[in-house]
Design a protein around this ligand. Structure first.
Ligand SMILES: [Zn+2]
Length: 85
């Protein structure tokens, strides 16, 4: 657990200087993101640093599971399913 944390720290330290000892620094663990779909991307609104993931034109963000992970639906699959018996 400690090893994971320090490797994560050094990864970030290479590109940016972030002070993790700052008492008011809010660390949001991985997987706990508030995603909003914006076109072909989902954008996280809960982290201090806004970040986005490309999901492409075929996916629709429809909600979140119990782990707060985004659930996607295939736009074209949904339409095709209606033709199945
Ligand atoms: Zn985030």
């Amino acid at each position: 657990m400690l090893q994971e944390e320090s490797s994560e720290k050094s990864k970030i330290a290479e590109s940016e200087e972030l002070n993790f000892d700052k008492p008011n620094f809010k660390f949001v663990p991985k997987g706990n993101h508030e995603w909003r779909q914006q076109g072909y991307f989902i954008v996280c609104k809960s982290c201090e640093i806004e970040h986005a993931t490309f999901i492409g034109p075929k996916k629709l963000l429809i909600g979140f599971n119990s782990k707060n992970e985004p659930i996607f639906k295939d736009r074209f699959k949904v339409e095709g399913r209606q033709n199945l018996p």
